[in-house]
Design a protein around this ligand. Structure first.
Ligand SMILES: C[S@@+](CC[C@H](N)C(=O)[O-])C[C@H]1O[C@@H](n2cnc3c(N)ncnc32)[C@H](O)[C@@H]1O
Length: 201
């Protein structure tokens, strides 16, 4: 899906999104623990940071974190709420960072709108910027059998079997370190979390 489509869709609902999800206390403590177990070396980029709440969690853990998002309203909110953290409006498709300089990447539900065909190029860009041994953590909606598009409230999104996404990450040069599938709570969709490492070759 194009960046323009995604930006317009989130811009249109940014206030509601910030109200519902925009605080560090809205993050499940198990997810915080998972992310901080793997992202231990900076600099860290929070790719598709939305309102910046996970960027704040990374910053509070002592990491040099930067938040990047397509949506100017999210970045303006994040800058005003967390003035000590750098945020910028940019696309995660092309990262403004030299090769092998980044300690960790977080893509927390920010790859959900990309078609399966778009992901290899994006993962290759993530691989390029990560230092050897650098880690990537992803949160995403999961499915049991196949990659499926579904009508996400903001705009169409994809759910992935964990194994299929892990294989795609493997093809991009990453090694899986940990996975976790989250059970359904109330009406919430099931989701999964994956941590992978760029090899030290
Ligand atoms: C489901 S929201 C998740 C936001 C945040 N990570 C969170 O946990 O609340 C998806 C985010 O990814 C961002 N996003 C999607 N495609 C992007 C791209 N190409 N570059 C940068 N951000 C992108 C959207 O603007 C949106 O803020």
């Amino acid at each position: 899906m194009s960046d323009t489509t995604v930006r317009s869709a989130y811009s249109a609902i940014h206030e509601l999104y910030i109200d519902l999800f925009g605080s560090p206390t809205d993050i499940d403590p198990e997810d915080t623990a998972f992310v901080l177990r793997h992202l231990t070396e900076g600099p860290v980029l929070d790719l598709g940071c939305g309102p910046g709440h996970f960027t704040q969690v990374l910053h509070a853990a002592g990491l040099a974190a930067t938040g990047i998002d397509l949506v100017p309203e999210f970045v303006a909110h994040a800058r005003s709420r967390y003035p000590d953290i750098p945020f910028r409006v940019d696309s995660l498709r092309t990262l403004d960072a030299p090769s092998e300089t980044i300690g960790g990447l977080l893509a927390w539900f920010s790859l959900i709108h990309f078609t399966p065909a778009e992901l290899p190029e994006i993962l290759s860009e993530f691989h390029r910027v990560l230092a050897p041994g650098g880690r990537l953590v992803l949160g995403f909606f999961d499915s049991d059998e196949q990659v499926e598009v579904f009508p996400h409230k903001v705009t169409d999104a994809y759910r992935w079997p964990v194994e299929a996404l892990s294989e795609l990450l493997g093809a991009a040069g990453f090694t899986e370190l940990e996975r976790s599938r989250r059970p359904r709570v109330g009406d919430a969709r099931t989701y999964a979390v994956l941590a992978v490492e760029r090899g030290r070759e």
